[in-house]
Design a protein around this ligand. Structure first.
Ligand SMILES: NCc1[nH]cc(CCC(=O)O)c1CC(=O)O
Ligand SMILES: [Zn+2]
Ligand SMILES: [Zn+2]
Length: 374
């Protein structure tokens, strides 16, 4: 047994000199009295493989232990864009996040782009009176916040990769993610028709990526076919929220976007939290239907699903959405003194990458741009 394994460098150096000497003496006499055992155990190969610390004794060596490390290009930053152009309101349940009007976007994003922001995902927040209806008409209004901001961002930031979330819940009077039958259930085929039209409108406005989050069956195929038909399938990435679980982690988002269902819940179209098999089937199906990227959401409670997605879609990038509730929880934990915010933000994101994701949708993006070197 070596001296350094008995007394760590740091502990040794921090001690008063007298104490160091006596430690040294004790350690030396310990080593002497165990000399015969030490000599034999070193020759045993098991003893060599038990020594792991050497491999991560330095910060750089520690970073090499990760299969993939978080970089700025892995991050997608969610933006809530309201239809009132000068708005800039803090969202109470989503710490440090704002709802912004069109006029506030460029000033907000310019410094972030200088720090290395590469991608945003846009959510429209229609606030105008009587703007919501049964069909979510406002979703693809050419003068609405999403289409207007796609055009604006394309003009101002030619290198920014723009993702448009595609859903109806922000625009429907009932707050559900599709068109409903009289009995209140989702009419899947009408919903898919409508959602694919909305996706096309965003793609034609210039979104680099459309990301349907509605969870209607068959939407990926419908969108892909329309993109092909319009001759733009070669320049639009189709990212599917394939494995989107229902649960209680979307609360702050629904506050922010005003998209709470007015009755019932989303359990009939978002996956049940225990439904690993269903998630795997949805991932298989969406790949077959033409998805270019698979997304899992939420992230931290669904790491097994992220790793399933990576296994099923070996040849596709996997994205994970660290959702509003996860973000708010980390902030709440830090505020309560449970952990340090930055350390936890990194730890949770590293878990997401370790599970298999290489794209992370995160409200921490502005902070990560400060914290990361590249
Ligand atoms: N379909 C809308 C949508 N797109 C992304 C999120 C959640 C994002 C978050 O919580 O951060 C939601 C909310 C929901 O399904 O209720
Ligand atoms: Zn959505
Ligand atoms: Zn929705």
């Amino acid at each position: 047994m070596s001296f350094s394994s008995l007394v760590s460098d740091l502990a040794y150096r921090d001690r008063p000199k007298d104490d160091r000497q006596s430690t040294m003496t004790r350690a030396t006499s310990y080593a002497r009295s165990h000399a015969s055992t030490a000599a034999t155990s070193v020759s045993i190969s098991g003893d060599i493989s038990s020594q792991l610390h050497g491999g991560y004794s330095h910060p750089l060596a520690r970073s090499w232990q990760a299969e993939r490390q978080l970089t700025k290009s892995m991050l997608i930053y969610p933006l809530f864009i309201s239809d009132s152009p000068d708005e800039e309101t803090l969202i109470p349940s989503l710490p440090s996040q704002h709802r912004r009007g069109l006029n506030k976007l460029i000033p907000h994003l310019t410094p972030l782009i200088h720090k290395g922001l590469k991608s945003v995902i846009l959510f429209g927040v229609p606030l105008g009176p009587n703007i919501k209806d049964a069909l979510g008409t406002a979703a693809d209004d050419p003068h609405g916040p999403v289409i207007q901001s796609i055009r604006l961002l394309r003009r101002h930031f030619p290198t920014l990769f723009i993702v448009a979330d595609v859903c109806l819940c922000e625009y429907t009077s009932h707050g559900h993610c599709g068109i409903l039958r009289d009995d209140g259930s989702l009419n899947n085929s009408l919903s898919v028709d409508r959602i694919s039209d909305v996706a096309m409108a965003y793609a034609e406005a210039g979104a680099h990526c459309v990301a349907p989050s509605d969870m209607n069956d068959g939407r990926i195929r419908a969108i892909k076919l329309k993109l092909i038909e319009a001759g733009i399938a070669h320049k639009v990435v189709l990212m599917s929220y394939s494995a989107k679980f229902s649960g209680c982690l979307y609360g702050p988002f629904r506050d922010a976007a005003g998209s709470c269902p007015s009755f019932g819940d989303r359990k009939c179209y978002q996956l049940p939290p225990g439904g690993r098999g269903l998630a795997r089937r949805a991932i298989h199906r969406d790949i077959q239907e033409g998805a270019d990227i698979i997304m899992v959401k939420p992230a931290s409670s669904y790491l097994d699903i992220i790793s399933d997605a990576k296994e099923i879609g070996k040849d596709l990038p996997v994205a994970a959405y660290q959702v509003s509730g996860e973000f708010a929880m980390i902030h709440a934990g830090a505020k309560a003194g449970v952990f340090d915010l930055k350390t936890m933000a990194f730890e949770s994101t590293e878990g997401i990458l370790r599970a298999g994701a290489t794209i992370v949708v995160s409200y921490f993006t502005p902070e990560f741009l400060d914290w990361l070197e590249n």
